[in-house]
Design a protein around this ligand. Sequence first.
Ligand SMILES: *[C@@H]1O[C@H](CO)[C@@H](O)[C@H](O)[C@H]1NC(C)=O
Ligand SMILES: *[C@@H]1O[C@H](CO)[C@@H](O)[C@H](O)[C@H]1NC(C)=O
Length: 512
Amino acid sequence: MSNGRFSHLLRGVWLLWLWQAVFVAATGNKLWEVPTASFTSSFNLTGSLQWEPHCQYRHLQDRVRITADSPPRLDGTWVSTRCEVRPGPEFLTRSYTFHPSRHFQALQHYYSDSSCENPAYTLIIRGKVRLRQASWITRGGTEAEHHLSKVGIVVHSLAAKQRLASRLPTTCVGVTVGRLVPGKLFELYNTRAGRGCLTALGFSMMEMGLIRVETQHHSNGGKVQELFLGDIHTDWTQRTHYRPTGYQQPLQNTMHHIHPCPVCALVYRSTEHRPPVLPRSPTAPLSLRGRWVSQRCETRPTVLFLTRDFTFDPDQHAWEGLYRHYSDPACSQPTFTLRASGHYAQGNPSAKVLGASEFVFKVTQVKVTAVEEPTAKLLNGTRPGKCGRAGGWEVAVEQDLTPTDGCTALGIKLPHKEYELFKIELDHRKHPLLFIGERPSDGSSPDRPLRRPTSFQPPMVLCSGGEMHAMRRFELGFNSKQVQLAVSGTVRQTQLVLLVFGFALGSLFRVY
Ligand SMILES: *[C@@H]1O[C@H](CO)[C@@H](O)[C@H](O)[C@H]1NC(C)=O
Ligand SMILES: *[C@@H]1O[C@H](CO)[C@@H](O)[C@H](O)[C@H]1NC(C)=O
């Protein structure tokens, strides 16, 4: 990072922040202060076809158009579509209602088990949310501020009360933990009181800091609306003050959700006194065989947009992963692709997340293709021996990073080992969904058993079952799962680079 090109980039980032600072200072506090052309229109993209032309999976049959309005319209009730897993792990379902007055009421039902069958306690959260401006960090997202007025708790069992008692300070606002009675509402927080109890619970609504609403328009005229709220930091000590730059799994609008969605109905009908008890989801054997792809353009904390495409061959314990990176939230402007491969071993069933299994992945090879000029130039400028063939980078020409043991500029070090958590669930159509461990929010890599994830990335769908030819065909094109594994450590640098190339030099300066 010490050569001229990189310092130029860093200067670019600094300029970007300066722009931001000036702009925010100049515009004051009104709603929607930054009406940039690139953010005010809803964009249009036709289905996932765009980034996965060869995968013949079912979703592609019905072409889906996706739009995202900016600023997003929040009115209505939005609910979980399955039992959600947060880092920790915590298991919960959510039902959030937004009123035109900008007041919201959020119900968070927490459970003691990973299938959300045993409710432990429910938080009822009231407050106000105010949309601020298009996010400068996460394109396509909107920054918002929230103000809490009340947080109440209802404990659903004596066992849950005991577990809470060990976490909470002995006195909280209006409630002595010893006196919590199952089924009765107690106030944990109000505007006159401090946040001691909330912090002890690891509670915050920082997720309201980043918001995006996507609408899928199906060819049959139906539509599905999804609310993306900011991600939860994977490190417990960071979560109450972390400003999100990625998203959690979306909630769906109760008026416009996928059908059938039995979980949506249960969550929608719930109250703080009657938490939803989810039916046990059918167990799916953990068979990785075949090819799995992202369902949508995925947003990673800090400026990464990508799609993933993995192939597993259990007979050889081999895997390949292809990460396609983009500079925009519709995944229409590719920047580079990362193809990684290696071996894996399945370990024990997870003791923390029932139904999930531990894995160890080894990354032995990573190949990178720059898809646009700025990325090619950037990689071309790295020092000899540090990132593939120095001076050999060209657009659309794949380079093997193995001879240089990775790429310092991209933060890839080879060989590399990662401790993983996988699970497979069935979706509403009984098709398998593969969940892979969430990456640490600080950009580090789960390279030790202690850092093994306890939560998951967005699920991937199986697009061809168990065919060996899929793997071979892959070798001709792009492939990689590793990309992300490998890149995660360096993500920061890469992101800076992308921020400048994909965003600042492009849209930002053009707009102004
Ligand atoms: C999006 O594309 C569809 C079909 O190509 C078109 O009918 C529609 O007007 C477009 N919408 C926007 C907002 O550009
Ligand atoms: C990469 O560097 C080589 C040698 O300096 C140069 O000939 C080539 O044009 C460069 N490629 C790009 C994409 O900048």
